[in-house]
Ligand binder design. Structure first.
Ligand code: ADP
Length: 283
């Protein structure tokens, strides 16, 4: 009888050990299951991100291709006319050849903007910071734009405050300011005016490019710095434009530790403000 009891006890002990081992295995399994769920969630999130990136890339390619198609078609048509000697006279031939040159310039500009956007987005964009004189950059831009402003009968006024140098990538800042001035002239009707003002405060240079142009509709203001975005009124007035300039400009200003924003009233005009840090070194 005693023997039986001790056997039962032995079996019970063994069962207990087995139970304990089973519990350990089960708890490990639960941990593994939780880890798997977490991994699954992380993978789903990564997948969603990849899908969104893929969609953004497809949209980018599709818009870019559409933007390139128009000038390319124009050039193809002109080349076809030239090849078949179909222009009425020399005047007409040179008029259309010049149009082909303008279309080619547009495509080069667009391709450069696309490359810049790609560099910004992939983090490959390199900045070379140095001390630069913003006022002299603006003056040289204004002298370049003078004849365009005259042709459009738009007054181009400068109100520059002498001041310290900024710490910036000269080429990128020049392109940023060029975009703002070019837009101001592009979206301002004849007899309007464009004013460029500089001043300094709190360690920053502020450049204001102000125009009396078409303005930006309230409903579209939040999209102005988005890639490829062009407001309705801008597209109606000026068919040429990629909607990439301000996206690039905003990124460039922010990479400098500065900012870019605007105020606008439809039908009255727009002011773009850009701030850039002043160089802390001796000027
Ligand atoms: P683009 O001028 O080639 O269309 P941008 O990125 O430079 O591209 O500008 C985006 C949009 O912002 C323009 O299409 C226009 O709708 C609006 N915009 C920019 N500057 C002005 C301005 N000075 N006045 C009115 N609208 C402007």
């Amino acid at each position: 009888m005693d023997e039986n009891k001790s056997k039962i006890k032995e079996l019970e002990d063994k069962l207990n050990v087995c139970n304990n081992e089973l519990e350990v295995v089960m708890s490990e399994q639960q941990k593994a299951a939780k880890l798997l769920i977490r991994r699954d969630l992380a993978l789903s999130k990564a997948n969603e991100k990849l899908q969104a990136l893929d969609e953004a890339k497809s949209e980018f390619i599709s818009v870019a291709a559409h933007q390139l198609r128009t000038p390319l078609s124009a050039i193809k048509w002109i080349l076809h006319m030239l090849a078949n000697n179909q222009f009425k006279n020399d005047d007409e031939r040179s008029q259309f050849t010049n149009k082909a040159v303008i279309s080619t310039d547009r495509m080069i500009g667009l391709v450069n903007d696309l490359l810049e956007v790609d560099h910004i987005q992939s983090g490959k964009d390199q900045f070379i910071f140095e001390q630069c004189d913003a006022n002299s950059i603006i003056e040289s831009l204004v002298s370049e734009f003078k004849s365009l402003a005259d042709d459009k009968s738009v007054e181009l006024r400068l109100d520059l405050t002498p001041g310290p140098k900024i710490f910036a990538d000269k080429i990128k800042i020049r392109a940023l300011l060029q975009n703002l001035i070019e837009n101001a002239l592009k979206y301002t009707q004849p007899n309007g005016s464009v004013r460029i003002i500089t001043n300094y405060a709190d360690g920053f240079l502020k450049v204001i490019v102000s125009d009396t142009g078409i303005g930006i509709p309230d409903s579209q203001k939040t999209h102005i710095f988005s890639k490829f975005f062009r407001a309705d009124n801008a597209m109606r007035q000026e068919t040429v434009g990629s909607g990439l300039g301000l996206f690039i400009a905003k990124q460039v200003a922010e990479r400098h530790g500065g900012n870019l924003w605007f105020e606008s009233k439809i039908g009255e005009g727009t002011s773009f403000f850009v701030t850039l840090p002043i160089s802390t070194k001796e000027n």
